[in-house]
Design a protein. Structure first.
Length: 116
């Protein structure tokens, strides 16, 4: 089963920063024509959409992360990123990368824990 690979999670104090990376297997597919998204799932809660970047570079964010998170992509490296600044305890969750076109791909997630 093809999967994306997330990395960059960890434990950080409130107000800190993390940069998440998402690697797609270049020998299997290119993300060039795909929308790339980051989702997160906190304990006991449903998975929610955090940010999306279209193939054309248009970005959209969940209201609570606007101005703090930045999604980006590097098609040449077949990767996507989520820069997270001014982190809050409520950002604590498992963060998942998603690549979408005709098919949908997910990663296994990376844990982000923000301590108060």
């Amino acid at each position: 089963q093809v999967q994306l690979v997330e990395s960059g999670g960890g434990l950080v104090q409130a107000g800190g920063s993390l940069r998440l990376s998402c690697a797609a297997p270049a020998n299997i597919f290119s993300i060039r024509t795909m929308a790339m998204s980051w989702y997160r799932q906190a304990p006991g809660k449903q998975r929610e959409l955090v940010a999306t970047i279209t193939s054309g570079g248009t970005t959209n964010y969940k209201d609570s992360v606007k101005g703090r998170f930045t999604i980006s992509r590097d098609n040449a490296k077949n990767m996507a990123y989520l820069q997270m600044n001014s982190l809050k305890p409520e950002d604590t969750a498992i963060y998942y990368c998603n690549a979408a076109s005709i098919q949908l791909y997910w990663g296994q997630g990376t844990q982000v824990t923000v301590s108060s």
